[in-house]
Design a protein around this ligand. Structure first.
Ligand code: NAI
Length: 327
């Protein structure tokens, strides 16, 4: 059969890692015909826990799982990799300023970017999940000058999926009937979930929801969903984040549905007035293994203000990492 695709997961011993690895190994990410070789990157103290997860992966006897490597060395973790899921990150702890957070993450994403540049496969595709995801992607990419811009993405798909479900509930429609959702900007509280072009079973969502619901319920519910999950579960979103990562890579590699699109953080080419080089949420389709921005959408004044506000936050983060010498 076909030779295995190397998939690297950082932060493999964390919560998302635990929800993610089994689905990758089962074929949910790259499809039922593609064997995978997993490469687990962790910090030294978490290697033993990663080994425990690898034992459980063995115990699943997944037919598609060709092997598992575990390491604390970024160079070997990314050597020859075709799919890199950058999940491990430094979380914000009490009293931590934004500069401290960015600096700590710079210490992770700069060497990982360098390792990807040095050894990843020519077809490498990277998804950054670890927060602040968009800006961590920007840091890593800056240190990987040989990897084309279109291989770098940050995860907006959890926000996208959350938005689909909120609209489906409101309209009492099956979630599969909701298409053309967009989440613009930063994966943060400023994100803009946008139903302007969304459809329910082919008809405009906008005809069936009012502006009041959008502004005072829908947008804040989606944007603050992460905090609501922490409140309810006592831990941050993990299985839903892993699911979103699976969806993101699946659609990137295997293509988006006809007539629909998804949201992904991609390197801006300047479309929709979003400054070139920022990693921002856009509406995208994929065919032939690369994301394309959905062009030609009309942006009304409300949407413009919301997009601009989130993009301003991304530009601030970019300025901050620049002044810290991280890019
Ligand atoms: P976690 O704390 O359970 O796991 C993180 C793992 O990363 C730990 O095992 C840690 O040892 C590891 N790690 C830390 N530094 C590393 C390094 N330099 N190399 C390799 N591994 C390293 O966290 P969890 O819940 O799995 O979340 C991971 C990240 O994903 C967090 O930053 C979280 O904020 C983010 N996240 C992003 C979402 C999105 O939609 N973009 C959604 C949910 C979470």
């Amino acid at each position: 059969g076909p030779s295995p695709v190397k998939v690297t997961v950082t932060g493999a011993a964390g919560q998302i890692g635990y929800a993610l690895l089994f689905r990758i190994a089962s074929g949910a990410m790259l499809g039922p015909d593609t064997p995978v070789r997993l490469s687990l990157l962790e910090i030294t103290p978490a290697l033993k826990a990663a080994e425990g997860t690898a034992m459980e992966l063995d115990d699943c006897a997944f037919p598609l799982l060709a092997g598992i490597d575990i390491t604390d060395d970024a160079r070997s973790a990314f050597d020859g990799t075709s799919v890199a899921l950058l999940v491990g990150a430094r979380p914000r702890t009490a009293g931590m300023e934004r500069g401290d957070l960015l600096e700590a993450n710079g210490g992770i994403f700069k060497p990982q970017g360098e390792a990807i540049n040095a050894g990843a496969a020519d077809d490498v595709r990277i998804l950054v999940v670890g927060n602040p995801a968009n800006t961590n992607a920007l840091i890593a990419r800056t240190h990987a000058p040989d990897v084309p811009a279109d291989r770098w993405t940050a995860m907006m798909r959890l926000d996208h999926n959350r938005a689909l479900t909120q609209v489906a509930r409101r309209l009492d429609a099956p979630v599969a009937d909701i298409t053309r959702m967009t989440v613009w900007g930063n994966h943060s509280a400023t994100q803009y979930p946008d139903v302007s072009n969304a459809r329910v079973a082919g008809t405009p969502v906008r005809d069936r929801v009012d502006q009041e619901w959008l502004e005072s319920t829908f947008i804040p519910t989606v944007a603050k969903r992460g905090a609501a999950i922490i409140d309810a579960r006592g831990a941050s979103s993990a299985a839903s984040a892993a699911n979103a990562a699976i969806d993101h890579v699946h659609d990137w590699v295997l293509g988006t549905r006809d007539g629909d699109w998804v949201s992904a953080g991609i390197v801006s080419d300047g479309s929709y007035g979003i400054p070139e080089g920022l990693v921002a949420g856009f509406p995208v389709t994929s065919s032939g293994g690369s994301f394309q921005v959905v062009q030609g959408l009309e942006i009304d004044d409300f949407s413009r203000r919301r997009i601009d506000a989130s993009v301003a936050e991304l530009a601030d983060e970019q300025a901050a990492i620049r002044s810290l010498g991280l890019i």
